[in-house]
Design a protein around this ligand. Sequence first.
Ligand code: GLV
Ligand code: GLV
Length: 328
Amino acid sequence: MPARIYITRPLPAGVAEHLREAGMEVEIYPKDQVIPQDVLLRAVEECDGLLCLLTDMIGREVLARAGRLRIIANYAVGYNNIDVEEATRRGIAVTNTPGVLTDATADLAWALLFAAARRVVEAERYLREGRFQGWGPQLFLGQEITGRTLGVVGLGRIGQAFASRASAFRMKILYNSLEADPEFEGAYPYGASRVDLDTLLQQSDFVSLHVPLTSETHHLIGRRELRLMRPHAVLINTARGPVVDEAALAQALREGWIWSAGLDVYENEPAVHPGLLTLPNVVLLPHVGSATFATRLRMGLMAAGNLIAYFQGRRPPNLVNGGVWKNG
Ligand code: GLV
Ligand code: GLV
């Protein structure tokens, strides 16, 4: 019997074909929208492998219905949408898509940094509104980027890729992570040192978040932390929304505790704190960190590759709960 795979939303062309070529039966939720919970619950009852998205909450209720489900291949590097502990307890493998989206996400963090530092979106809107009366010496002044101090919170794959790009801007790097990375520090030409989070917040001109969402990183940046930042500082978040206390951030931006922010992720996606929507000094993107044609295809092929490996009896290359793998 071929393995039955359910994909929760249409993906770039080539992904389902890859699975079918490997002999799998593939069903796809046909609409380009988040799959309704009742459809998901019915789908998981009848599939052996699930290819799901970060917008699909795979919690206890879903897993309780997934009697024959063997593997969940998440189409994302982050997997906080899946109750991995419960999946593991049920012997269900969970995989993610690390590496293939590192550069795209690091690039987008820089796009947000530039936009928030130089008021790109605000200025463009002003022009479109017909308000541009000619060059002005004080028109849309922003923050200098070159030569300043960049704070990188989390020095994993994406944090490192983001940080390494700063050498083009001769920036000094402060980073906060569980472990020091002497290799990164040695390779970076303008100085990189590991400091505690408070020091990083107090001394950085730009702070960019690159940690996964866990119980430890929930509201890592709250009122107290925003108060530590410099009044001209810029905060960038391309990681996960709940890492930042959004209400506190809205207050900080409104009251000038910090200068601006660039966000790609939100605490309660797709909702955005109403206090942010009316502020000029925040750039708000709709979670598009990995959104390039090439990256989204690579993510799909990687997720498919994990499913194929599993059903061919091989260890999935991107297994996040190794404990379920007993075949060698
Ligand atoms: C995107 O947010 C991802 O985790 O891949
Ligand atoms: C600005 O446009 C300049 O030439 O300084």
